[in-house]
Ligand binder design. Structure first.
Ligand code: SF4
Length: 455
């Protein structure tokens, strides 16, 4: 027999830390909770919430520090309001559960990365004083076929997870330990979720997974990647103006994927592939043993098949054994690649990864000097690419936000939060809405921002 509601007007606050994949999970967890409790509502202020959920990242030490700080803040709020409940889920407790429990005695419930799939827990969360919090085992079948309502944040874009986990074994990375090997979501489920997003008014869908180019490889023994097939199907979803793919593993960026993107109606000519490094010895040590020159050949191939492609990558500096010579070679190659955008991290020495025990760790101050130098070099490159590509030209943008005086948007070659933002003044008569596609004449460029006027 169902227990009576504690209170029909409970307020719940979701704090989603970390990456876009976490955000998609957060929307599905809170979506499940609210679907079962029609009187409950979401609030953005944890101080006002009856229940606070913190979906954590645990990939790097810095992310765990951020999670600790956030949870401690919630515990302090609870000291003022003892009825408040705190739930911590995700990557951090998946691998560091004992640490979370020891450091945060004020937390009520701790669940790992399987939290998303605990349907009974979420559907009881707001309707039952004591929801079951013993996670049920989650099989690959459950993950593959999982569907849940999502509570979206009202943006023009939404992330759509096509898989989880990773079957690569990069020497510095805790993701395979946290998430396990790749499990792709079934194509039908992904297509249904894309339809739902379109019906909810989303104009841009951004496909995410730890390794999107491996999509489908786990679906059959020695299975072939099916990303190109998935993109062709998604291209027909009514109402979606832009499809974008993030996190392509470089050696799996096939001609088939590139040709599919080039021939599609809606898939942005945008390639995001974390290269991490270009120097062969460093790549080998990283467990990414590619042939020398792969990055240059790959970028040339992308530009041959899609001459207008916007290319983004991510790099890591200060990996153990990276000499000054290796770093200089990386900077030289960055100059040659002329990528639209590149981000970089300083190597983080993560317990439980193979590289933790490697010799020749690079001192902290050297790593951070290299990081600064890398980013300064890439800023110059991005500025020059932006000027050549956009200055004085009229381009299409998607509007992300509008206030009383100006809009913020993006070109089709820019992903949210990490690439260019386009700014343009708006008036009372010429005032587009979020999600509109507009034409803008670009009048000024920086490395991360374009200024323009609506035409
Ligand atoms: S491909 Fe990415 S997620 Fe997978 S192990 Fe390497 S760095 Fe980690």
């Amino acid at each position: 027999m169902e227990r009576a509601l504690k209170r029909p007007d409970l307020r719940v606050c979701m704090i989603s830390l970390g990456c876009a994949k976490n955000l998609a999970d957060s929307e599905a967890m809170i979506g499940q909770a609210l679907a079962a409790a029609p009187g409950a509502s979401v609030c953005s202020e944890p101080a006002e919430a009856d229940i606070v959920i913190v979906n954590t990242c645990g990939f790097l030490r810095a992310a765990r520090d951020e999670a600790d700080e956030t949870i401690a803040t919630m515990e302090a709020l609870r000291a003022q309001d003892p009825a408040k409940r705190i739930i911590v889920v995700g990557c951090y407790p998946q691998l560091w559960r004992d640490q979370v429990l020891r450091r945060h005695p004020g937390v009520d419930t701790v669940l790992g990365v399987d939290a998303l799939y605990q349907t009974e827990f979420w559907s009881n969360l707001l309707t039952d004083a004591t929801p079951r919090d013993h996670p049920v085992p989650v099989t690959n079948r459950i993950m593959r076929d999982f569907e849940a309502p999502r509570l979206l944040g009202g943006s023009a874009f939404a992330y759509l997870k096509i898989g989880d986990g990773c079957s690569q074994r990069c020497a510095y990375c805790t993701i395979p330990l946290i998430k396990g090997p790749l499990v792709s979501r079934s194509m039908d489920v992904v297509l249904r979720e894309a339809d739902d997003l379109a019906c909810a008014g989303v104009k841009e869908i951004i496909l995410v997974a730890q390794n999107t180019s491996a999509y489908g490889m786990d679906m059959a023994p020695r299975g072939k990647p099916k990303l190109a097939e998935l993109l062709r199907e998604l291209d027909d979803v009514a109402g979606i103006e832009i499809l974008r793919v993030l996190y392509l593993y470089p050696t799996l960026v096939s001609n088939q994927i590139l040709e599919t993107i080039a021939a599609s109606r809606h898939v942005a000519h945008y390639i995001d592939m974390p290269l991490q490094h270009t120097e062969p010895a460093v790549l080998r040590a990283m467990g990414r043993p590619w042939a020398a020159g792969l990055a240059k050949r790959l970028v040339a191939r992308i530009r041959r098949i899609m001459p207008d492609a916007g290319i983004r990558s991510t790099f890591m500096v200060g990996f153990p054994g990276e000499t000054e010579q290796c770093f200089r070679e990386l900077l030289d190659e960055l100059e040659e690649l002329q990528l639209d955008h590149a981000g970089a991290f300083a190597y983080s020495r993560e317990p439980m990864t193979p590289s933790y025990d490697f010799a020749q760790h690079v001192p902290w101050s050297m790593k951070h000097r290299r990081l600064r130098e890398f980013m300064e070099r890439q800023q110059q490159i991005s500025l020059s690419v932006n000027r050549n590509r956009y200055l004085g030209k009229t381009i299409s943008i998607i509007v992300d936000d509008v206030d009383s005086s100006r809009l913020a948007g993006r070109t089709f070659l820019d992903a949210p939060d990490v690439d260019n933002t386009v700014w343009a003044p708006v008036g009372k008569t010429k005032r587009p809405a979020t999600g509109d596609i507009c034409r803008v004449l670009v009048t000024a460029c920086g490395p991360y921002d374009l200024d323009g006027v609506l035409v």
